[in-house]
Design a protein around this ligand. Structure first.
Ligand code: ZN
Length: 297
């Protein structure tokens, strides 16, 4: 699979897309922030994650398919669920994440997202949007989605796997016929597993090892464009197994004051990178191997 930003096709002021396989699309929000995945079968279309909710993701999807939509979230964070309600259909989400999604998708957090966007990108970045509607939209009708379920789209089948860690109810989706694994935020070189909604390191490692057994040819994550392979997930397992909490660098963030960026002893990054973290620039990217945790476990 070759995904290149220069191949993106514009859908509207807010969204563009890349084609990953026949009937399989990655819809990119402006700023390439959080990916929305679309899989079009002969009977139904699956949408995985809906971004922050700026623009209208449902209208963007409707430009690519008129099939009935089955909607999924990889996890409960606002940058993945903000556009859920624009579809007007139930949303399948890991059961452990449903409570946290309802608790955090509030006007308070949405206002912060709106104001932050306008501050950094200017008022034109919310063109055509109704602020009050956005603030009070909520996460949509959430229904539990468990490991072992599978959804037949016609020609494509989406299988559900549990990957606790980044959140307790994280789910990965395997599109067996295309060999594509959707991991959400469970797999980055620098995965965040901190705060009240996270699972333990042990559970996280167990979930990743389960994904490694799947015969995928490309894995796609929530925030980066490039596909990755088994070696990448194996490296994430190595990092999670060896990350040393004691020597971790405190991460300046409002969610969890105890969070630290932790590295395997033989994989410390450059001083320049460490300096960025120490000075409050999170600087987390998909090339430095770390696990962000708030306890050694
Ligand atoms: Zn997340």
């Amino acid at each position: 699979m070759n995904l290149d930003l220069k191949d993106q096709v514009v859908l509207d002021d807010y969204f563009s897309y890349l084609k990953a396989a026949d009937g399989v699309y990655r819809i990119l929000a402006d700023r390439q922030y959080c990916n929305t995945e679309l899989i079009v079968g002969t009977e139904k279309a699956a949408v995985i994650d809906c971004g922050y909710g700026f623009g209208n993701i449902a209208s963007a999807v409707r430009q690519l398919t008129d099939k009935p939509i089955v909607l999924f979230n990889t996890h409960c964070h606002i940058d993945h669920i903000g556009g859920n309600a624009q579809f007007g259909v139930p949303v399948h989400m890991g059961s452990e994440d449903i409570g946290p999604a309802r608790a955090t998708d509030t006007a308070f957090f949405r206002e912060r997202a709106w104001d932050g966007r306008v501050r950094s990108l200017g008022p034109a970045s919310v063109r055509g949007m109704d602020r009050e509607e956005f603030l009070h939209r909520g996460p949509g009708e959430l229904v539990p989605c468990e490991e072992g379920e599978s959804f037949n789209l016609g020609g494509y089948t989406l299988e559900v796997y549990s990957v606790p860690g980044h959140s307790r109810g994280g789910r990965a989706f395997f599109l067996r016929e295309a060999g594509i694994l959707y991991t959400g935020d469970a797999v980055f070189a620098c995965t965040l597993c901190f705060g009240r909604g996270s699972a333990s390191r042990v559970e996280y490692i167990r979930g990743l090892k389960k994904l490694l057994k799947l015969p995928f040819t490309a894995a796609l994550s929530g925030h980066y464009i490039e596909p990755f392979d088994h070696r990448f997930i194996a490296h994430a397992v190595y990092t999670a197994e060896h990350a040393d909490f004691e020597t971790g660098i405190p991460l300046d963030n409002p969610i969890d004051p105890d969070a630290r960026v932790c590295f395997a002893p033989d994989e410390w990054p450059s001083e320049e990178y460490l300096d960025r973290i120490r000075h409050g620039d999170h600087g987390l990217d998909n090339k430095v191997w770390a696990l962000v945790m708030s306890s050694p476990e």
